[in-house]
Design a protein around this ligand. Sequence first.
Ligand code: SF4
Ligand code: SF4
Length: 298
Amino acid sequence: MINVFNIEKFATHDGPGIRTTVFLKGCSLHCPWCANPESWSSKPTLLYDQRKCVSCKACVASCTQKAITFDQNWQWDSTQCLRCRACTQSCLTRALRFAGETMAVDDVVKEIMKDKEYFDNSNGGITVSGGEPFLQADALTELLKECKMQGLHTAVETTGNVPMSEIEKALPYIDLFLYDVKHLDVNKLLEVTGGRSEYIFNNLEMLAQRDPAKVIIRVPVIPGFNANHEVLCQIIDYAKKLNVPEVNLLPYHSLGKNKWEQMNRDYIYKDLKMMEKSELREYVEYGECQGVKVKLGG
Ligand code: SF4
Ligand code: SF4
């Protein structure tokens, strides 16, 4: 069984060709710009859409655990919740939904295989993302092994913030790593994201030593965090040092903002405007000089 919170079809930014991206629950980081904060908890997460709510309080009445309260504001106490889903069933306006469900690996594979023709025609395949996929290393391995048996190209998008032993389990079934590098300053990385350098950099260096062509470094470019010349050039230099041939710079976007609101969390970037790819053009040229292909976007 595997905990999934989304299966996105016809993805074109998560590796080569047309892909199906399977998003897994659970993350060991807490990046404040995260586009999928509902992935953080390994348990199903209740999302509340205020725009659809008519304040009927049927959800409050349906909850035997008193996990939902609605005095001034609607609130959910995840620690009291049994994930029985009585609340979502009682909400006639569909203001509530759970993100995350436990699926049989075979069922996920069946869903993926529906688009095999598109994968074959575009040199695409399957990408597993998250959250952090390696937090479910055993189930992930089973999924990827089955996909390889079906002749699919496989990619995993990872933070690298896990012990190498977890990555090793799935290693024979992974064709491509989309490996996040958010900063090279280990203190900043830990302070802002919770990322542990002894995992992130050691794992990346070990993967690059084995086969650098199987790694693409991905950098979410965040104003006030890493969106400056020195940091981005350092990351490109680091890719060169490791012989990793490609770096993807992902300009900041605010597509996760609604989800932060639906989880009653404060989104600190709410007033920040989205970045344009053109703001990062200089790094394509810098990469060319260094022999590293820098792509803007995934
Ligand atoms: S049941 Fe739905 S519409 Fe009614 S108060 Fe709860 S969330 Fe709002
Ligand atoms: S899933 Fe069940 S326990 Fe959790 S908030 Fe909804 S009704 Fe209450």
